[in-house]
Design a protein around this ligand. Structure first.
Ligand code: SF4
Ligand code: SF4
Length: 347
């Protein structure tokens, strides 16, 4: 059993009078919980122990298909450490200077107590459906059971509406983040999209690939994560990763759905797309390519990622991945992407 620092003794916690039947994310507003008796309200922070908005459980960041994979055990939900526990208020708080507005903590909170209007915030205004109680073993067990029940309720709605302004703001912040955090950002977004994902432990030179992921029931794949401009190496490196997974971990090339994740899709003149095409022609291997922005749009639309049923294959003949994202979110995306490079290379 993991003991997180956030699990330390609470003086008070919040419990629910009823379990909601549904919780809906509302863009730029607090989410709304719906109850059987017709009540609708926004739930505030439960001051819960083992705060899911802050930490992953060990089981969530392990990779059971390849238990010997040398993985990074960083279990922070916030890739940039912007969310911290405040022991005076007994609730999390967000450092706005660090927050990149990825939405990961919003998606993790079981009761929808984190929301974004102009910035990401914790709702601390108690609703009529909650009561604050002095914390003891019985009340904590009661809260734990309530959270387990709420986690089984599917949430609906949209966390954020994608806009050029928001994505430009996020991209600018991510561009200034140190290199070691890039892999953590991608792993955490994939976990938010209901994939399994493990990133290579920092300092490990034996494993070679940046990460390994599993999406859907049977789509395991090697991953290269490249936030810089040098994406040509990513398409070549993935061949090496496929060989490593085959020889060391018994994952055949037929089973492998390789994935390259970039901040901006590679430039058309860089050679990346031609190499992806050549690898498909010569080896029959289809390398999927996706941008961080596209992954975030899936997350904000409360969707999952399953590469086995939704390929993200693009190559020199068609360098756009927009239709793949639109298929999953089931609507058109109206976004000027000329300068960002989320769906197609920047011209
Ligand atoms: S924000 Fe949500 S997950 Fe985090 S401590 Fe509060 S209720 Fe728990
Ligand atoms: S929105 Fe993302 S960056 Fe901001 S506090 Fe939440 S997890 Fe951290």
């Amino acid at each position: 059993m993991q003991i997180f620092s956030e699990q330390k003794i609470r003086n008070k916690i919040s419990v629910l009078k009823q379990i909601p039947v549904n919780i809906e994310y509302i863009p730029n507003k607090k989410s709304v919980a719906y109850f059987k008796d017709g009540t609708e309200c926004s739930l505030s922070c439960l001051n819960c122990k083992n705060s899911l908005c802050m930490k992953y459980l060990e089981s969530e960041i392990s990779f059971e298909e390849v238990p010997t994979f040398s993985l990074d055990t960083n279990n922070n939900v916030c890739p940039v450490n912007a969310i911290k526990w405040n022991s005076e208020t007994e609730s999390p708080e967000i450092d706005q200077d660090k927050c990149i507005k990825c939405g990961l903590c919003i998606k993790r909170c079981p009761v929808g107590a984190i929301y974004c209007d102009d910035s990401v915030k914790i709702n601390t205004e108690k609703s009529s459906m909650q009561e604050i109680v002095l914390s003891d073993d019985t009340k904590e067990l009661m809260q734990k059971k309530q959270i387990e029940e709420i986690l089984s309720i599917p949430k609906r709605g949209t966390l954020f509406i994608e806009t050029e302004y928001l994505l430009n703001e996020i991209y600018e912040k991510i561009s200034n983040i140190r290199h070691e955090v890039h892999n953590i950002i991608v792993r955490n977004i994939l976990l938010g999209l209901d994939c399994s994902c493990a990133i290579r432990r920092i300092g490990d030179v034996y494993t070679r690939m940046d990460a390994i992921y599993k999406s859907g029931d049977n789509s395991i794949g090697a991953m290269e994560i490249e936030f810089g401009r040098d994406t040509l190496d990513a398409s070549r490196g993935i061949l090496d990763d496929i060989a490593v997974l085959n020889t060391r971990y018994n994952i055949s090339k037929e089973q492998n759905n390789p994935l390259v994740v970039c901040l901006q899709l590679p430039n058309a003149r860089q050679g990346y797309w031609q190499v992806v095409k050549d690898i498909k022609v010569v080896e029959g291997i289809k390398i999927n390519t996706i941008s961080v922005g596209a992954l975030l749009i899936l997350l904000w639309n409360n969707k999952n990622l399953d590469i086995s049923t939704n390929s993200f294959y693009a190559d020199f003949d068609n360098m756009s991945i927009k239709k793949y994202v639109e298929n999953i979110i089931e609507r058109k995306i109206e976004l000027l992407d000329d300068n960002i490079g989320i769906f197609a290379p920047v011209k």
